[in-house]
Design a protein around this ligand. Structure first.
Ligand SMILES: *Cc1c(COP(=O)(O)O)cnc(C)c1O
Length: 450
């Protein structure tokens, strides 16, 4: 089918996520037909660098032969069988592998299909854990401000993106919000130690006062992604662990974005050797190939669900496609590539290259703050550097930057006025250089020619 026809049919039949469909009728967009390594290729044959890993999930690139092969091999056995009352070898093998690489102590794997579900499951687990431990009063959640944990209602409830909260508020449950350590816009100044301590003091205050009713504190460790890449100072997650332990509250890490190497270690928790009680993973788990997620728990959490059948202590949750064999096969192959190709080792010089190149971005007139954790990057654009005055939403500065980037051959996706870079781990240094060149030029051209 010709590109024109495809676009017309898309506009006629589809409803895209997070998209004002009225604009979609007139906006230009590429129709991506193929992938090749870290490139996306549209129906006109144009090649684009995949600068945000196809929404933060691609790891080793597209059309990776080991991953393709693993899925084909599984296809020849079975594509799907239920996990309710049955099991299958691929899911078992993957669970063993996940337990082996997860922070020490996270030994139980509960599968689902998306990051939102993995978080939803974590919340229900924490809630039911306390109910069955004789503490039904522990039924609330604490979270960070600006948090993003997915789009289902439980996940939105523990999220803190105002835009989503406004409209759905009547459907959400209340939570305790802790100020996230957003240094650039912290009220009393940007000194990292001060910001860290003040944020952690608020955390302790809330836990001290309300721990009797709090089931768990849920957070994205090291980097709050969808908030605009807000990074946490060193020591923050260890202290969160100490405080949740001190106040007898479970700690849930949402590693949906940070997991599988994105921060430079396999998991964000590894940077400070922290073990949460429950951990949600998704995005990178299949190398960005197929939908799969997992919620990992400690034996302590798991044990609270054991009992005689008629006690009804089982975990009442499951999806039709739980532990889909094709997705599990892709996930195993993904982890094998990490091992065989030493992906994390090879990533370190790339992280340094990005860091070095980003320093030069401060020369740009509208670059207010640059935040990086591993290969997760947020470049915050502001109207006025001296006052940190933000751009007006109407100006759509982020959108304009990525439109320019697209013309220059890179696919990006902004978060408001924050330009996000999150390349696949496999992106070569040359490709990274080009991605950074395109990003730099696109920001410069957009903000100089306003
Ligand atoms: C993307 C994301 C989610 C939601 O995952 P989906 O697979 O899109 O449902 C949850 N938490 C974090 C931190 C994320 O980045």
């Amino acid at each position: 089918m010709k590109t024109k026809t495809l676009i017309a049919k898309d506009r006629k039949y589809l409803w895209h996520p997070f998209t004002q469909m009225q604009d979609w009728q007139t906006e230009e967009f590429p129709v991506i037909e193929k992938g090749d390594g870290c490139y996306l290729i549209d129906t006109e044959g144009r090649r684009y660098l995949d600068g945000v890993s196809s929404l933060w999930c691609n790891v080793h690139g597209h059309k990776v032969k080991e991953l393709d092969r693993a899925i084909k091999k599984q296809l020849q056995k079975i594509s799907h069988t239920t996990f309710l009352g049955l099991t299958h070898p691929t899911a078992i093998e993957l669970a063993e592998k996940l337990a082996a690489i997860a922070p020490k102590g996270l030994t139980r794997v509960f599968y689902s299909d998306s990051g939102s579900e993995a978080v939803e499951i974590a919340l229900k687990m924490a809630f039911q854990y306390w109910a069955q431990k004789g503490h039904p009063e522990k039924k609330k959640f604490a979270r960070l401000e600006n948090a993003y944990h997915g789009d289902t209602l439980g996940a939105v409830s523990v999220g803190g993106i105002d835009l989503f909260h406004q409209i759905y508020k009547p459907l959400l449950f209340n939570t305790f919000a802790i100020p996230s350590p957003y240094r650039y816009r912290w009220e009393t100044g940007s000194d990292p130690e001060k910001v860290k301590n003040e944020s952690l003091n608020s955390m302790e205050e809330i836990l001290r006062e309300h721990h009797q009713e709090i089931a768990a504190f849920v957070m994205e460790p090291l980097m709050q992604g969808a908030a605009g890449m807000i990074d946490q100072p060193t020591g923050y997650i260890s202290r969160a662990r100490e405080l949740t332990r001190k106040y007898n509250t479970l700690l849930i890490f949402d590693e949906v974005a940070t997991g599988f190497g994105r921060t430079g270690e396999m998991f964000a928790a590894d940077h400070e050797s922290v073990t949460p009680d429950i951990m949600a993973v998704a995005k990178g788990i299949t190398g960005g190939y197929l939908p799969l997620a997992a919620t990992l728990a400690t034996e302590e959490v798991y044990d609270a669900f054991l009992g005689r059948y008629e006690e009804f202590k089982a975990f009442f949750h499951g999806h039709t496609y739980t532990a889909n064999p094709l997705a599990c096969a892709a996930a195993i192959a993904n982890l094998e590539i990490f091992e065989k190709q030493k992906t994390l080792e090879k990533l370190q010089p790339k992280i340094r290259l990005i860091k070095k190149r980003l320093e030069g971005f401060y020369k740009l007139k509208c670059v207010g703050d640059i935040r990086q954790c591993g290969i997760m990057v947020g470049i915050e654009l502001v109207r006025d550097k001296a006052t940190k005055e933000p751009f007006d939403a109407k100006e759509k500065v982020g959108v304009r930057v990525i439109e320019r980037a697209r013309k220059k051959g890179a696919i990006l996706r902004p978060l408001g006025s924050v330009i996000v870079l999150m390349p696949p781990l496999a992106m070569t240094e040359r490709e990274l250089d080009r991605l950074l060149d395109i990003t730099y030029d696109s920001i410069e051209e957009t903000t100089n020619k306003r």
